[in-house]
Design a protein. Structure first.
Length: 486
């Protein structure tokens, strides 16, 4: 909890329960609405409803927009029909639509039906756009002027109508048909000659979003051009709303959360983790977990294929976890980097060859580093004489017991430890190289197929690299150790 909210919360609880409502209003007046929302979220539902009723109308609507959807729904229930209607009516159109999207359908329909004709028309227009489109984010509250107006006329218009606008940092210029022709910083207008026309300070160089664009593109565009707000136009170029940075920030956070969940090997949650039910968590995680388990069974089957080699040189089996995890880790690193770069628009499908060439260089160096560590590890144990092992019966695979009752020792690994070190180093180099390439290229493949690249990362790539890693490991061991240990 923020320090301000943490400090005020006990006081608000005491004022509510003692019925000191005038002091309650004074205590909450002037407190940032984000902190007010945090205080309300910590109160018991009945206490929160009482405190909410004593907020100023505009402050109440703004604080309500900061609450999590489940808290909003609970507070509306406690406020009753009339109280709920007042809150929803006072909200900004974009916040109102976001709330209605989260409410049960019958509750949302009842609220929309009771809105004023003007608010209902605006709300229904926004709800008419597809989910997760820019149209669902936009607000119709903005300031627009005409090109033939004087600067003085435009400033008077801003003073008159700017109070109800979502932002007045930018003033939008439209023609007589409502088509967007430019956007102007308020500073340009204020510093202009009052007698000049708005057209005289225009350059007709502006960036706009279409209402049917995905919300993710709004995030990228706002970041690319470093804007606090962007105009939204329809297919004819008419200005129908604006999207502000706070709405886009919410979308960016939601998308980042979804990507992280998918990267972790599960379907994206449709609600905050803290509020997700046990059934929902199982539903989102179980299918992926089962898929990954069946994939890992391929690893077991592949290991069985090399059972003879492992029985001859037991030490080979002890390196399997470290060997295949190196490939999985390198693949997960590459996959995560590529997916994030795709998400931020840094790279596109056409950049796959450039990324492949660079990843080959990086992975070769990383493979050499890990391979060297593996070589040193095996060599040090060899120099210390620690590679002696029990000699096994070739038919029973049990330790052979000598005439003196002691186990017979096998010195073959100790005698050829340098070859084992080379085999381990070569395997690590090949597996890290292969894992990095697969991790970097697989997101491009999924993107090309129209699938979400985030679903390719970490556990899924790691599983694929495990199987191929075993093949690389034992292939290198058989090649290098043939005629000596194998």
């Amino acid at each position: 909890m923020h320090p301000v909210a943490q400090l005020l919360c006990p006081e608000v609880v005491e004022l509510v329960r003692d019925g000191r409502y005038s002091e309650l209003r004074d205590a909450l007046h002037g407190v940032p609405t984000a902190d007010v929302a945090e205080i309300l979220a910590e109160l018991e539902p009945n206490d929160a409803a009482v405190a909410f009723r004593f907020l100023l109308r505009d402050d109440a609507a703004e604080a309500f927009a900061y609450l999590a959807p489940e808290k909003q729904e609970l507070l509306l229930e406690k406020l009753g029909d009339e109280g709920s209607l007042r809150v929803v009516e006072a909200m900004n159109p974009d916040d109102r639509v976001r709330l209605l999207d989260e409410l049960p359908e019958e509750v949302a329909q009842r609220l929309v039906a009771r809105l004023s004709p003007e608010s209902r028309a605006v709300t229904q227009a926004i709800l008419g756009y597809p989910p997760r489109s820019v149209g669902r984010l936009m607000t119709p509250d903005y300031v627009r002027v005409k090109p033939d107006w004087t600067i003085a006329h435009a400033i008077d218009h801003v003073r008159k109508f700017g109070r109800d606008a979502e932002t007045i940092n930018v003033v939008y210029v439209v023609d007589d048909q409502g088509v967007l022709v430019d956007d102007l910083r308020l500073r340009q207008v204020l510093l202009g000659d009052p007698g000049q026309t708005v057209e005289s300070i225009m350059n007709r160089n502006f960036v706009a979003l279409r209402a049917d664009q995905p919300q993710g593109e709004a995030v990228q565009t706002l970041q690319r051009y470093d804007r606090t707000a962007l105009p939204v136009i329809d297919s004819r170029g008419k200005l129908i709303g604006i999207v502000t940075h706070d709405d886009v920030a919410d979308v960016a956070q939601e998308e980042a959360t979804e990507d992280m969940q998918k990267v972790g090997g599960m379907a994206a949650l449709e609600e905050p983790f803290a509020q997700a039910s046990i059934a929902s968590l199982i539903q989102k995680r179980a299918p992926w977990l089962c898929l990954l388990f069946f994939s890992e069974l391929l690893t077991s089957n592949t290991l069985r294929f090399f059972a003879d080699e492992m029985s001859k040189v037991i030490v080979l089996s002890t390196f399997v976890p470290a060997i295949i995890s190196s490939g999985g880790n390198s693949g997960s690193q590459s996959s995560t980097l590529v997916i994030r770069a795709m998400g931020t628009g840094e790279i596109a499908i056409k950049d796959w060859w450039k990324i492949l060439r660079r990843e080959l260089s990086v992975a070769a160096i990383l493979g050499a580093i890990i391979g060297t560590i593996g070589f040193v590890r095996v060599s040090v144990w060899g120099w210390l004489g620690l590679w002696t092992q029990d000699k096994l019966d070739p038919t029973t695979h049990e330790p052979i017991i000598g005439a003196d009752g002691a186990k017979v020792l096998d010195f073959s690994v100790q005698e050829h430890f340098y070859l084992l070190a080379v085999a381990i180093a070569a395997s690590l180099f090949g597996i890290v190289l292969w894992g990095s390439i697969m991790g970097a290229m697989f997101p491009f493949l999924l993107k090309k197929l129209g699938l979400d690249p985030a679903g390719s990362s970490t556990p899924f790539v790691a599983t694929m690299v495990d199987v191929t890693g075993i093949l690389i490991y034992f292939g290198a061991a058989i090649l290098i150790l043939r005629g000596t240990l194998l």
